[in-house]
Design a protein around this ligand. Structure first.
Ligand SMILES: [Fe+2]
Ligand SMILES: [Fe+2]
Length: 182
């Protein structure tokens, strides 16, 4: 019983001691600096994806493809939400969300690309989504049980990227069908 009491006191002492570290307690198992570094790469990926979809939205609008433009816009907004969720977690872990445009493309897993062909835009988006799916899956496996909160966050984003990839694949078929009709 004394041991149990001592343990509780030790836990409380450590909790108080680490209070300035916010959500991170002494029980945090992962390599925090490494997790923050990896999350900053995810943040860069989400920013690049936001910008790419934004460019595609305005370009598709310009070529009067309103339905496709709306799909791009929705994805741009969702990528931006992902960026916010990731930045929030980085700050929670005591890190600094890296929004610097310097080196952004290098930190990002996926690429920024422009095109004036609707089909090429959709194809590039599909490639970018597949890259995100591959790297985020890898991050989920790497985190394992060492940081369940970050893992859940990445899993949530991963599920959305799978939806995005599916949307782009379907859009590609729809555009293809339109081509055959002409
Ligand atoms: Fe995303
Ligand atoms: Fe996505």
């Amino acid at each position: 019983m004394n041991t149990f009491k001592a343990d509780i006191e030790e836990i409380r002492r450590r909790a108080r001691e680490k209070m300035d570290e916010g959500a991170v307690t002494a029980f945090y198992q992962a390599d925090r600096a490494k997790v923050i570094e990896v999350l900053n790469e995810v943040l860069a990926t989400e920013m690049v994806c936001t910008f790419r979809y934004k460019n595609h939205y305005f370009m598709a609008k310009g070529i009067h493809s309103e339905a496709v433009a709306q799909e791009f816009l929705q994805h741009a907004q969702e990528e931006e939400q992902h960026a916010d969720m990731v930045a929030d977690r980085i700050a929670e872990l005591g890190g600094n969300p890296n929004y610097s445009p310097v080196g952004l493309a290098t930190r990002s897993h996926s690429e920024y690309s422009e095109s004036d062909s609707l089909e090429d835009m959709i194809r590039e988006d599909l490639v970018a989504e597949r890259i995100a799916i591959a790297t985020y899956s890898e991050i989920v496996r790497w985190l394992g049980n060492e940081d369940p909160t970050t893992r859940r966050l990445v899993e949530t984003i991963l599920a959305k990227e799978e939806e995005h990839a599916d949307d782009m694949a379907k859009l590609l078929v729809r555009i293809g069908v339109q081509h055959d009709g002409h």
